[in-house]
Design a protein around this ligand. Structure first.
Ligand SMILES: Nc1ncnc2c1ncn2[C@@H]1O[C@H](COP(=O)(O)OP(=O)(O)O)[C@@H](O)[C@H]1O
Ligand SMILES: N[C@@H](CC(=O)OP(=O)(O)O)C(=O)O
Length: 427
């Protein structure tokens, strides 16, 4: 077995491959690599394709007409592929094999949509929504003249549809067996977000899970570094789409980053950091709009006190459970509540206990909430509020709390030495 030395892993998300010009920009970034460096390129679905596929799947599963969004999706991908070929000025050789690869994938998607059956929503979701990454990588591999690698037989997961849990030993064995020889022949392009079960069904790793895929490959191949190319200057102290006056962290530790991702900083998928930290592989967050700019280095470092970080999680639900007979919330009650939350797969973002009531803040899902109520309404009196926001300030000070809480009615508030969190109504 050959070891991949001096391997870099690049991850390009939806925004960086949203149209032909974006893919040409990607090709310029990749072209800066020296021949001594091997490159594995992980690519997400183009633009908002995953949302479009979710909508198509939802309509198809409900037996409704999905022809219009499916046509739009086909034309979008075929249009980008055609633009890359026609405007390549001879740089990208048209390959019949690759053109038919894309056409085959589109035909497979159409075919699979006609075979959906009632029920079994999450499993069928994965079989359809995964086409976003398959299509995008087909186009990008063609544009780069790179090898197209199907990651699904390599990244082995269990049957937790829409959030496949990794079988690390099998995945590591598969990747180390298959990928190093391919890397010797030039850049390899593969899909983010996808995995496969032992029986060959497709799984997905959770929305925005392509960053995690990059970390999985980097871990298994002992990569030198991972770079995720984003539309921002690096890891900032807040999402610039929500907060004004953001500052960039030039360097930040794995631990700070994992906490920011956990609290909801959507720039990095929360599962990305651990595999990299275990092997001390640095993670660079860089701007595909300004590729030579410094960006952020995430690694094993010590740094001075960081500027407070502001994180908002929207679309939250606050659920409170009260014992029906004024008995205290006990460990036995909590066991029942936690068990039910795990069963319906509602994740706790914040929790608080008082004498006869226990409150949890979770991402809102009407379907999962209904299932939870069915499980627990005989045991507890349950109240819930939807349309809420959860704010977290990491490394807070008085001024940052004042800035964020001013004029807001707080429904729940909690602070530790370094973290201040509150739930309030959606502005
Ligand atoms: N702390 C943060 N620093 C930088 N960007 C952030 C932060 N929190 C949220 N974001 C958002 O993350 C976006 C980039 O992540 P994402 O949309 O997942 O990229 P992609 O899908 O292209 O991989 C930015 O456009 C920004 O709005
Ligand atoms: N395409 C998937 C996976 C992903 O990670 O996408 P992005 O890298 O664009 O966030 C999603 O939208 O959830």
């Amino acid at each position: 077995m050959q070891e991949a030395h001096r391997l870099k892993v690049y991850k390009f998300g939806g925004a960086s491959v949203r149209d032909a010009e974006a893919i040409r920009n990607l090709a310029r970034i990749v072209g800066k690599n020296t021949p001594q460096e091997q490159l594995l390129i992980v690519v997400s679905a183009m633009g908002k394709t995953t949302n479009a596929l979710e909508e198509i799947f939802h309509l198809a599963h409900a037996g409704q007409d999905y022809a219009a969004p499916l046509t739009a999706l086909r034309e979008y991908h075929a249009g980008v592929a055609a633009a890359l070929l026609s405007e390549a000025g001879g740089q990208i050789p048209p390959s019949t094999a690759n053109q038919s690869h894309l056409a085959n994938l589109l035909a497979q998607l159409c075919e699979q949509l006609t075979t959906l059956t009632p029920g079994d929503y999450d499993r069928q979701y994965d079989q359809i929504v995964s086409y976003g990454e398959l299509l995008a990588t087909s186009i990008v591999a063609q544009a780069l003249g790179a090898h197209w690698l199907d990651c699904r037989p390599l990244i082995r997961t269990d049957h937790t549809w829409r959030e496949g849990r990794l079988d690390w030993p099998t995945t590591e064995y598969n990747i180390r067996d298959e990928v190093p020889p391919l890397l010797l022949t030039g850049p390899v392009v593969t899909q983010g977000f996808l995995g496969g079960t032992a029986s060959g069904a497709t799984t997905t790793l959770g929305r925005e899970g392509s960053d995690y895929t990059a970390a999985i490959f980097a871990y298994c191949l002992h990569a030198e570094s991972v770079t995720i190319w984003k539309d921002v200057a690096g890891l900032l102290n807040a999402d610039p789409k929500i907060f004004a006056d953001t500052v960039r962290y030039p360097e930040i530790s794995y631990q700070e980053t994992i906490e920011m991702a956990y609290y909801g900083a959507s720039v990095i998928h929360p599962k990305t950091i651990k595999p990299l930290a275990v092997q001390r592989i640095p993670l660079y967050v860089k701007s595909f709009l300004d590729p030579t700019a410094e960006g952020t280095r995430i690694g094993d470092c010590r740094h001075a006190a960081l500027a407070p970080a502001f994180i908002r999680k929207a679309d939250q639900c606050l659920i409170s459970f009260e014992s029906k007979d004024l008995t205290f919330i006990s460990e036995e009650n909590l066991e029942v509540i936690f068990g039910a939350l795990a069963q319906v797969r509602l994740k706790i973002n914040l929790m608080q206990n008082s004498a006869i009531s226990f409150s949890v803040c979770t991402d809102f899902s009407a379907y999962r909430l209904e299932k939870l109520l069915n499980h627990l309404r005989d045991h507890f009196t349950i109240h819930y509020n939807t349309g809420l926001e959860l704010y977290t300030i990491k490394n807070y000070d008085a001024a940052s709390i004042q800035r964020l809480t001013m004029g807001r009615e707080l429904l729940l508030e909690q602070r530790t030495r370094l973290t201040f969190q509150f739930v309030c109504r959606d502005a």
